[in-house]
Write a protein that binds this ligand. Structure first.
Ligand code: ZN
Length: 141
């Protein structure tokens, strides 16, 4: 077993634990389903699962739910960074009749013990019928 898989296992959330994204569900019934490969019904659901993937360090989920145009070649997690909560502020589009959608969110974190917040309005697109994250929309865009 590599050190990487040991570390990932140690950080995994128990299936019966509350989902890290804050929704009132267990991890197994919430974002854990998407981490196991289920498709997100909406961009907001995918957004939650991507936040939760940063918490549990599910690199595979993050990379496979990134658009092919924007997906980074590699993704590293910072041990000094701890995600502490997610707020969904709003969303547009993203229904079965749309090919794009946006989700605005605030992700709270602690970096070396100092609290911070990352706010972003994210663009999601459909690829092969599945919602994927594309990029952050710049203010005024
Ligand atoms: Zn969740």
């Amino acid at each position: 077993m590599s050190s990487r898989s040991r570390r990932r296992r140690a950080l995994a959330v128990a299936p019966t634990a509350t989902c890290p994204c804050g929704e009132p569900a267990t991890y197994a019934d919430g974002c854990g389903r998407l981490h196991a490969g289920a498709a997100a019904a909406t961009p907001a659901e995918l957004m939650r699962s991507r936040y939760a993937a940063f918490v549990v360090r599910d690199r595979d989920h993050l990379l496979r739910t990134w658009s092919s145009a924007q997906r980074p070649g590699r993704l590293d997690f910072d041990d000094a960074l701890r995600w502490t909560g997610l707020e969904i502020l709003g969303s547009t589009g993203g229904t079965a009749f749309h090919s794009t959608g946006t989700v605005e969110f605030r992700a709270h974190f602690e970096y070396r013990g100092v609290a911070g917040v990352h706010q972003e309005n994210s663009l999601f697109v459909r690829e092969d019928g599945r919602w994927v994250y594309d990029r952050a929309i710049e203010p005024g865009e």
